[in-house]
Structures are given as structure tokens and as C-alpha cells.
Ligand binder design. Structure first.
Ligand code: GDP
Length: 286
């Protein structure tokens, strides 16, 4: 078995989530138990007969906006022991510039093998792909460079093969079969809750909870529960802008988790605390 943790790095919108979806494939690969070896966010798990790729994020790789973020970033940067290799994704349509170089410097500084992915080649003439490959090759001392289209999956098979070859041998980190729906639902609730808290900051107390109402093929309905009408107003936002934004931030991660496109419906409801407690007790069979 070849198995390991592959961190996915790159500027926003270069196609990281789409690429993870393409690598994971259609099959739902849900993680039933997160091993203690990693505390990072898992984007997806791709399984083959004799290999398993665990795709994880590389947090704090945005450009630091202020001194505090920079300090926090340093802490983050110093803990990458569990990662076996890094995928550095760049968008071949854009000029490879300062943003890519900034991320590349940090990625290469980790001292792990780096595979550069030049994504979105479906949008570029072949001659341009070659010149962009040359530009991408200057980003650092990479192990392999793959031009791919995460969208059409062109080149994704070759990329996957290369990643597997770079992984160490060992036992699989996760069970290979789909686990129950329970951890999946919990994981989705966690993602939605995180985005909601992030966007509303201190305005809505941490008492906010999320409950999955329905999961069907490609369709997820989640209830976002708050305690008062004013909290509901904040969460919904002007003409629904906030809840929409929560949805569009949560959806790519949910899609990466389940390995397919998802229609996500979020419903904000006011539910007083005692009723939630009742439901919790019910869940616990008390
Ligand atoms: P992330 O922010 O890096 O995770 O990027 P996303 O995966 O969310 O992709 C950003 C946008 O680029 C989305 O609109 C994708 O549909 C699009 N995209 C991703 N990969 C490709 C690709 O290979 N070709 C094309 N044409 N578009 C892509």
C-alpha cells in the first residue's frame, strides 16, 4: 500500500477544490475517524487498489494582511511533519506572478517534495501551455510539473499516478469503504458552522448550531439554528447576502468531502435553547 498526506496549496480560485474533486472521483470517500496524526482539514480521500491519497489543506497560506496574521502564520508554518508532499496549484490562464511566488517560497521552504500543477489548460492554446509550463518551472525545485484540466480531468490520471509513486509505503490511514452517514453529517454541520461563525464574528454567539435535515444524492439541506430573531437577521443578512455567502464558502468543501457536486440549501431558524437540548437528549437516547 502506498499512502500519505498530500497538502494542496495555491492562490484562491486556481482550482484547488475542483482538482481535489477530480482526484477523489465520483465515489463518496468519507472519513469515519480522523486519526490523531493529523489535525488539519481533510479535503478528500482518494482510494485505489493499493494506494490512498489523503488530500489536506495547508492553512495560513494566504498572503498575510497584517503583522498579527504574519505572526500566526509563522506558527502554522512550523508544523508540517505529517505532510508527505505538496501540490502547488497555479492557474495557467493568469501570469505567474507575485502571489504564486509568495506561496511557492513557503511551499518549497517546507522541504517536502513539491508537485506543481498547471491547471485550466482547457482554456489555453497548446503553445501558451508550453510557455506557461516554462514560467511555472521557475517557481522552485519541483519534483514534477503537470499540466492538467481539473474540469475536463485531462492529465488528472497521470498526476494521480505520479503522486502515488511519491508516497511512502504503509497501511491505509482511513477505512476504504464508505462509512455510515453519521460522521458525514457531522462533518458537514461543522463546515457550515465554521463558515457561519467566521462571517458573523462576535455578532452571533457561539451557541449557533447547525443540523443536517436531509442528505440525498447531491443534495444537502441544513438548518442553521439561532436563539433570537435578531441573530437570525444577522445571519440571513441584507437580502440574504450573508447566508448565501456562507453557502458558497461551505459548498466547495462539502463537495470535496463527498467527492461530487452538491446542491446546498441552508435554512436559518430561530429555535430556543431548551428545544435544542431536548433534541440533543433525544439523539443521545436519554
Ligand atoms: P479554489 O479556490 O482554488 O479551490 O478554486 P475552485 O476549485 O473553487 O475553482 C475556481 C474556479 O475555477 C471555479 O469556477 C472552477 O469551476 C474553475 N476551474 C477549476 N478548474 C478548472 C479547469 O481546469 N478549467 C476551467 N476552465 N475552469 C476551472
Amino acid at each position: 500500500m502506498r499512502t500519505g498526506f498530500v497538502a494542496v496549496a495555491g492562490r484562491p480560485n486556481v482550482g484547488k477544490s475542483t482538482l481535489v474533486n477530480a482526484l477523489v472521483g465520483e465515489k463518496i470517500a468519507i472519513v469515519s475517524a480522523v486519526p490523531h496524526t493529523t489535525r488539519r482539514r481533510i479535503f478528500g480521500v482518494a482510494n485505489g487498489d493499493d494506494w490512498q491519497l489523503v488530500l489536506v489543506d495547508l492553512p495560513g497560506f494566504q498572503r498575510p494582511i497584517d503583522a498579527l496574521t504574519q505572526r500566526m502564520q509563522r506558527t502554522v508554518d512550523s508544523s508540517f511533519e505529517d505532510i508527505d508532499l505538496v501540490l502547488l496549484v497555479v492557474d495557467c490562464r493568469a501570469r505567474i506572478g507575485a502571489g504564486d511566488r509568495f506561496i511557492a517560497r513557503r511551499v518549497f521552504a517546507l522541504g517536502k517534495p513539491v508537485v506543481i500543477v498547471l491547471n485550466k489548460i482547457d482554456r489555453l492554446a497548446p503553445a501558451h501551455v508550453v510557455s506557461q509550463m516554462k514560467a511555472a518551472a521557475t517557481l522552485g525545485d519541483f519534483h514534477a510539473l503537470h499540466p492538467v484540466s481539473a474540469k475536463t480531468r485531462d492529465g488528472v490520471g497521470e498526476l494521480r499516478g505520479d503522486l502515488v509513486a511519491l508516497l511512502p509505503e504503509g497501511p491505509a490511514h482511513f477505512p476504504r469503504e464508505v462509512a455510515t452517514d453519521q460522521p458525514l453529517a457531522e462533518r458537514i454541520e461543522e463546515i457550515v458552522r465554521e463558515k457561519a461563525l467566521h462571517l458573523t464574528r462576535e455578532e452571533v454567539p457561539h451557541a449557533l448550531t447547525v443540523q443536517i435535515d436531509e442528505i440525498e444524492e447531491g443534495r444537502v439541506r441544513a438548518l442553521v439554528l439561532v436563539e433570537t430573531e435578531s441573530q437570525k437577521g444577522i445571519l440571513v443578512g441584507k437580502r440574504g447576502a450573508t447566508i448565501r455567502e456562507i453557502g458558497s464558502r461551505a459548498r466547495p468543501e462539502i463537495e470535496a468531502l463527498v467527492g461530487r457536486k452538491v446542491y446546498l440549501e441552508l435554512v436559518v431558524k430561530v429555535r430556543p435553547r431548551w428545544r435544542r437540548d431536548e433534541r440533543t437528549l433525544e439523539r443521545l437516547n436519554l
